[in-house]
Design a protein around this ligand. Sequence first.
Ligand code: GLC
Length: 462
Amino acid sequence: MTEEDAKDSDSINNRAIVEEICKPFLLSDDTYQQIRDIFLDEIKKGLCKYTHEKAAVKCLLTFVEKLPSGCERGKYLALDVGGTNFRILLLDLHDGGDNLKLEIANYELPESLLTASGRELFDFLADCLYAFIYKYELQKDELSLGFTFSFPLKQTELSKGVLISWTKAFNCSGVVGHDVVDLLKEALNRKGDIQINNIVILNDTTGTLISCAWEHHEAKIGLIIGTGINECYLEKTKYIELFKGGVNASPTMVINCESGNFGNDGSLNFIRTPIDLAIDNDTVNPGKQVYEKMISGMYLGEIVRLILLECVNAGAMLKGGHSDQIRSPMSFDIKYMSQIEGEEPGNDDVARQIFDIMGYKRSTHEDCENLRYICDVISTRSANLVAATLATLVNRIGDPFVIIGVDGSVYRMYPNYAERLRKKLKELARPEYKFCIKLAEDGSGRGAALLAATAFFNKRNQ
Ligand code: GLC
């Protein structure tokens, strides 16, 4: 055997090992159908008054009973909090051609605040809101605010939301079990002269749906795939057993599924790999948000790192060498995955740069190809898993045509993600139900301001 032949045969063997390590992440069509069907059972458990308390997929009431009509006018604020970046928006709805104007300010939440006290977190939000209101000279106006708070909330009305638990990387003390609208009002009061009496609270998925519904009446599902993953949809109130609507109740209400928690009763154990279990173990909320931890931007890079580590341990990549970075949890960011998958096939420049950042100066073409393969397997599993639960919702709504409003960094920025999701959803939804997935950019914030408009416009004009 020549040296060249030996190299080729090593290459083939190495690739076989990498593929073997990735195998548990490649799920069959039958498995995705199974997941779709299990999710329907979970939705039913969440909606049923006898099983709701223990249900993994909580199906939370949002009290959003109607979507904007398009007739609302005036200025409305939104505060959109759900990750390390948060935003304040000012929406101006007026007559005329382009009747919607938005001013947006982006802020970064200092990382230390993610695990600080709730009081510190809300004081920080109030400071930013205060500065924004002064900047736009709104301090004398009667202000209405849509507050997007992208965590599971137990709502009893549109302007009350008690935090059930923190998700993603948040864990501020003194917030779980409290109404976050009250916490925000208290923080604003501590600042002094600004009063915002009209506040509605919502989830980012709900905001995205509302934002999309402003333009498209067929919009009935909201989806976020970013740091977290979640879905909401328009349900018939007759199936929402926890809702005591009375005679004037609207026939539908937006339900916040809190899909990220799907699987934490063991229903997804049949697809979880040892790597999924290891990741879960290392989070601030082990055993929770099982589905989210296989899908969302916060975890995908870490899944890739652990697979890469296994390949290195098996001697199939990077000559079996361990760098400090490859051993450090969370060192492989999802943005590396995006960059690798965004590069033209056959071109290794980006992958090599990323190996370099990961402490490997001498990666080979084969290493780069293998890394690209791993990223593809993991991002495809993510998109397919989302498609499975979306299919449940499309089938449940049962409209001949439905629009899905979507936002979130993974959906927006990950190469080919949107296309993979659409393709799998087409396979999994019943063929008689057509759908269209529409990007609702700024959806969660814009939707919050629109919800405030829907809730308070008539009140203001009475
Ligand atoms: C997490 C939150 C959920 C939110 C989602 C997307 O899953 O629990 O409320 O909608 O992230 O931000």
